[in-house]
Design a protein. Structure first.
Length: 649
């Protein structure tokens, strides 16, 4: 709207100047001639402005001059009552209620008016935390508690979300039973105030549960009850409070998920234990897919829940339950590639390793099919092969007669080759970028050595830099980084040739990964020597020496972490493999597996999982780290710029 309000009138209602207001409009003016029809650019009338500022006397004077302004709306459809409630002026709100009561036919329309957001005066009072305004509205017009905004949210729901226990208690106490329609406690998406309370406060949950017990069984648009919400949020005290009604644990949502399923999906181990302690038959509860809580925990990667279930004897009935596709939890873990969750299940004697699903596949069949489907990727992801080996050592059987049928029906080799080609291209491009960066940095380091070059004989009594052990180590490691990165670059360039076979690309990428890892390690080692060769400043050199020592220790620790991370597969998976053999055959069986008549098969599997370049990576990491440790004692002396300092301080 255009600004049409008189400037002096605007100044009077904004500052609350009663004298200026009367001076503008005159003391005895006819209503039709009153200059009160002007509005601001936001569409606010003089009554909107006076109500927002809480000038009660001015509001009364304006209403005497022009009573129709009580129905006026601004650009956001706010009435003067809504503006007063938003600002928290309860005396102005009470005056508007008295004026509305005088007009019996228009009373509900005036008090229940909503703005562009669908919010009434009570919504605004609750949203802005004005307890006195809420109390005034409830004492005069309790039915306002049953109004909802455009999103279907009631004032009670807003009060719960705001964490205002006093407002919640007031709404519960002052609203009579007759006005407690579904709109009284409603929220968005079919939620109720109890759903919100379960996420916010135990006390508000208790108040709503006692005053409106029917809400405990009411679900949202997806069938989730307040117990589902409390379980999802991990609020154990609210869960225990709601479980005073034991039937609530057996109410599923629209997906057939019971509260115990939600606890497993979210990974709340303590709540899962609580459900099974109170209701031992929770393991029999299945969702619409026929899955129990263990299935759900595996599907969503909740390792702690799976481990806890495997350790407890009270979860026995869940271990071999089959879903609608016939998959046991072990089938599902292998199918999804979650080796960390499959291993505890393999170790559990209660788990049947030879159970078949609806397709007649055992867990070993699923693992073999997954390996065959992505056979060329197995070296990059050895978990599937490791699971196959572990299942075989545990005595699992396969059904080979069903595999050719599945492969003929489902394997599309052309599609697989396209996916592999794209994968190899992305890997080679990323590795090529890293190797080129290492080569460039190493090449530049030869021309920017730390401390600069010192010509022989330039300064008598100062040793030549090329004779310093730390400097020679710096040059050697820099040369190693350059050599490994150039070798990896050449292999990757050959891999990018269009006529390269998938097998040729796979082997080149394998070797390139090992070369790049070793090149990175050599480059980090070069940085260690750069720190040791950095000249000390003229002042405060003792503190700087300690700083150099701390930085050197940090870099060495970083190298150790790099070794462990880069060779995680080679170091960690054999330990898990040995653990499974030990659990099945004991210590004697473990030695027999390594030294007896079966080691040929075992070693072949280990070599297929961890090719020689991983062993090369471990050995190269150990050698390089040893080369860093050995000359440490020689690094603190013999440097040209350290001879002038008193090292006995």
């Amino acid at each position: 709207m255009s600004h049409t309000m008189n400037h002096e009138l605007l100044q009077a209602v904004t500052t609350g100047n009663r004298d200026l207001f009367e001076q503008v409009i005159g003391s005895n003016v006819i209503v039709t001639e009153a200059p009160l029809t002007g509005v601001t650019a936001e569409g606010n009338s003089v009554l909107h402005i006076a109500a927002s500022h809480g000038f009660l006397e001015l509001v009364e004077a304006i209403c005497r001059v022009d009573g129709t302004l009580i129905r006026a709306r601004n650009n956001y459809f706010d009435t003067p009552l809504i503006c007063a409630a938003r600002a928290g002026h309860d005396n102005v709100v009470a005056h508007f209620i008295r004026l509305a009561a005088a007009e019996h036919e228009a009373n509900e329309a005036l008090l229940g008016a909503r703005n562009s957001d669908g919010a009434s005066a009570m919504h605004e009072a609750v949203s802005n935390g004005h307890f006195a305004v809420l109390e005034t509205l409830l004492l005069e017009e309790a039915w306002l508690g049953s109004t909802v905004n455009a999103r279907g949210v009631s004032p009670l729901y807003l009060a719960v979300l705001s964490g205002r226990a006093d407002m919640v208690q007031l709404l519960i106490e002052q609203s009579p039973e007759v006005v407690r329609s579904p709109a009284y406690y409603s929220g968005p998406d079919g939620k109720t105030a109890l759903h919100a309370a379960a996420l916010v406060s135990e006390d508000m949950t208790e108040s709503l549960r006692l005053s409106m017990p029917m809400l405990t069984r009411r679900g949202d648009d997806f069938g989730n009850t307040a117990l589902h919400y409390a379980t999802s949020a991990g609020r154990i005290r609210v869960v225990n409070l709601l479980l005073e009604d034991p039937t609530l644990a057996y109410l599923p949502n629209s997906y057939g998920q019971y509260p115990v399923h939600i606890a497993a999906i979210k990974g709340h181990v303590h709540i899962v234990d609580q459900f099974f302690e109170l209701y031992p038959n929770c393991g029999e509860l299945l969702d619409n897919n026929g899955r129990n809580a263990l299935h759900c925990a595996i599907e969503h990667g909740r390792m702690k829940v799976v481990t806890n279930i495997c350790k407890s004897p009270s979860f026995t009935q869940m271990m071999n339950t089959r879903d609608k596709q016939g998959n046991t939890p072990l089938h599902l873990a292998i199918k999804l590639g979650y080796a960390s969750m499959a291993f505890p299940l393999m170790l559990d004697a209660r788990v049947s390793l030879n159970a078949t699903n609806n397709e007649g596949l055992t867990p070993l069949d699923v693992a073999i099919y997954k390996r065959d489907q992505w056979c060329t990727l197995s070296t990059f992801n050895p978990r599937i092969i490791t699971m196959i080996s572990c299942l075989e050592w545990r005595g699992a059987n396969s059904r080979p007669w069903c595999l050719p049928e599945r492969q003929s029906e489902q394997l599309d080799m052309r599609e697989t080759e396209n996916i592999l080609s794209s994968l190899y291209s992305n890997l080679s491009q990323n590795l090529l970028t890293i190797s080129v960066l290492i080569a460039a940095a190493s090449f530049a380091a030869f021309f920017t050595v730390p401390g600069g070059y010192i010509a022989e004989g330039e300064d008598a009594g100062v040793p030549v830099l090329s004779e310093v052990p730390a400097f020679m180590s710096f040059m050697e490691f820099n040369a190693l980084a350059l050599g490994f990165s150039i070798s990896a670059t050449m292999l990757l360039l050959l891999t990018s040739l269009p006529d390269s076979s998938q097998r040729y690309r796979r082997y080149n990428i394998r070797y390139s990964i090992a070369l790049v890892e070793t090149g990175i390690l050599a480059m980090v080692s070069t940085v260690v020597y750069v720190v040791r060769l950095t000249p000390l400043p003229a002042g405060d050199w003792y503190e700087f020496l300690h700083l150099k020592g701390d930085l050197h220790f940090f870099l060495r620790s970083m190298i150790i972490m790099f070794i462990l991370i880069a060779n995680k597969r080679s170091l960690w998976w054999p330990l898990r493999y040995a653990r499974l053999i030990y659990s099945q055959f004991g210590l004697e069986g473990l030695f027999a597996a390594l030294l007896g008549h079966r080691p040929v098969r075992l070693l072949k599997q280990l070599r297929s999982i961890y090719p020689w370049q991983n062993i090369f990576g471990i050995l190269s990491s150990i050698v390089i780290y040893a080369l860093i440790i050995i000359p440490v004692s020689q690094m603190d002396t013999g440097l040209p710029w350290q001879s002038s300092h008193n090292w006995n301080v």
